[in-house]
Design a protein around this ligand. Structure first.
Ligand SMILES: [Zn+2]
Length: 117
């Protein structure tokens, strides 16, 4: 289950950032996880709450935005939705398709609160 190792690295990064800024706790973590990133959001949320126990992020809400997969054809330039990496252009059947959206995986922002609030 690779969501657990992903969750642990998110918690580590968020906890380190919160500590560096002298925060009391982290109230929200916003993630961008593209639909082609190969990460299951529900599992990630579950793993995140487990991984965050005992850290500044233990009560944080994990908000996940999931951009749709979009491919662009290298032959005709058409853009179309893709649900898999090896997509074929629906117009000219070319396999020279570049994924332009959907592979994102990043922490967009974290909301921290001062100690004592
Ligand atoms: Zn095409």
């Amino acid at each position: 289950m690779h969501e657990m190792s992903i969750a642990m690295s998110i918690v580590e990064a968020v906890d380190a950032k919160a500590r560096a800024e002298g925060a009391g706790r982290v109230s929200e973590v916003d993630l961008l996880v593209g639909k082609l990133a190969g990460i299951h959001p529900e599992s990630l949320k579950f793993c995140f709450s487990a991984a965050a126990k005992g850290t500044l992020a233990q009560e944080a809400l994990l908000a996940i935005e999931e951009p749709e997969g979009v491919g662009e054809c290298g032959e005709c330039g058409m853009r179309f939705p893709v649900t898999f990496y090896y997509a074929e252009c629906p117009d000219c059947r070319s396999l020279r398709v570049t994924i332009v959206s959907g592979e994102e995986f990043l922490i967009q922002s974290i909301t921290i609160e001062e100690e004592g609030e």
